[in-house]
Design a protein around this ligand. Structure first.
Ligand SMILES: [Zn+2]
Ligand SMILES: [Zn+2]
Length: 413
């Protein structure tokens, strides 16, 4: 029998044996298929026939609202993961917006999510649950079919959710929840507003959810691996604004209960920005971060390649030196030692900079965390540690110094 990680002890899914998430059949699901095909037909044929810029603007605005407030903040970060606290009325509003994405009812979506999450953490699971086939087959499976497991595991939903009258109502009527909006949009702007405000929005939401789900389990960067898991989550760069931050799926696999998904430098997370704004006005609180979650023994951090400092990074380092005076920092300087002695560098940069002689290196390089700069810019960043006046001078000269990019391809920390 397969070993189950101890972090699954409190999971909503309880399987008689872990193997039961591996055996099953993918079957055509007529209602699901008709729902997506109908919406896509309305979006493509109706959308072209009735196009107007106003209808297109409605599509963009409505899609952004349901993805940000509905799917990301409501369904995913709150309803499924309970990663922050908020008043009940706000939770209901956000989950209602989440139903407008058109994927499923709230309880159905929760069950699908939990089954996938549980199965992906085990050593093996069905290809349907891990997006493990070619993209075209996965598209057909996820958009038109269901997985019928031979021995479906028990998924226990807490009574707070399972017995809630509003959630049960949304579950029964999730498709019909598009109707009031269709009527409103028709009264407001005719069929064009219906095709773009409902059909195109639902199509983009459902298709986009599959597409991101496919890439988020097959291609993209990783900060962590989950030892013994059937599939690893991937971070899909450059889709953070489209997905409201949901694209940082490797981070999500590592820290499922974190309200923040973009955890590292440059990982934009509109959902998190929105939560910070709501926290400021007192509407959300207790935002959970990776440090608040229980340690997982199966989680392994991967070494990260260095990132080359841009102008803003370099200015930030200079500003830090200026603010802290001479003794800030965690800077490490590596230099090839052909033309400068350690003593000379120590005199130049001051005692707070750590020096590492490295004959393999072509040029002097400075490292701050995973950030690195080389050549003249590195020299200036290190020299800025010496004195506040030098920090100002280096910041002023930095745009010129960064033009010297010959060392920018140096790698290795
Ligand atoms: Zn996943
Ligand atoms: Zn999740």
């Amino acid at each position: 029998m397969t070993a189950v990680p101890s972090s699954l002890a409190l999971h909503r899914v309880r399987a008689a044996a872990p193997e039961c998430v591996g055996a099953g059949q993918v079957r055509y699901a007529p209602l699901k298929s008709l729902w997506f095909t109908g919406m896509a037909f309305g979006a493509v044929v109706g959308g072209v026939a009735t196009f107007s810029w106003a209808a297109f603007a409605l599509f963009l605005a409505a899609t952004a609202v349901v993805l940000l407030f509905g799917h990301s903040l409501g369904s995913h970060r709150k309803f499924i993961h309970s990663s922050y606290d908020c008043p009940k009325w706000l939770e209901y509003t956000l989950v209602y917006c989440g139903v407008q994405v058109g994927l499923a009812g709230p309880l159905g979506l929760l069950r699908q999510h939990e089954l996938r999450d549980y199965a992906q953490r085990l050593p093996q699971c069905h290809d349907y649950l891990r997006h493990g086939r070619a993209w075209w087959q996965d598209a057909w499976w996820q958009l038109h079919c269901d997985l019928v497991l031979t021995q479906p595991p028990l998924i226990r939903l807490e009574p707070r959710i399972a017995d809630d009258a509003f959630y049960r109502f949304l579950e029964r009527t999730w498709m019909a929840q598009q109707l009031p909006w269709a009527l409103l949009f028709h009264a407001w702007g005719g069929w064009g507003f219906v095709c773009w405000g409902v059909c195109a929005r639902v199509t983009a939401g459902v298709f986009g959810h599959w597409l991101i789900g496919y890439f988020a389990h097959n291609r993209g960067g990783m900060h962590h691996t989950v030892r013994g898991a059937a599939v690893q989550g991937r971070n899909i760069r450059f889709t953070s604004l489209l997905t409201m931050g949901e694209c940082w799926h490797n981070n999500h696999h590592a820290f499922p209960g974190s309200a923040r998904l973009g955890l590292y430098r440059g990982e934009w997370d509109p959902g998190w920005w929105c939560l910070l704004a709501l926290q400021r006005i007192g509407l959300v609180w207790n935002l959970r971060l990776p440090a608040d979650l229980p340690l997982r023994e199966e989680l392994v951090a991967l070494p990260q390649p260095p990132q080359h400092a841009g102008l803003l990074d370099a200015w930030r380092l200079c500003f830090r030196s200026w603010r802290a005076g001479a003794a800030s920092a965690d800077l490490v300087v590596r230099w090839p030692a052909r033309w400068l002695s350690r003593a000379a560098l120590a005199r130049l940069f001051g005692a707070s900079v750590r020096l590492r002689r490295d004959p393999r290196r072509q040029r002097l390089t400075v490292h701050a965390g995973t950030l690195q700069a080389s050549g003249l810019a590195a020299f200036a960043i290190a020299a800025a540690q010496r004195h506040r006046a030098l920090a100002v001078l280096c910041a002023v000269l930095m745009p010129l110094l960064l033009l010297d990019r010959r060392g920018a391809t140096a790698t290795g920390v």
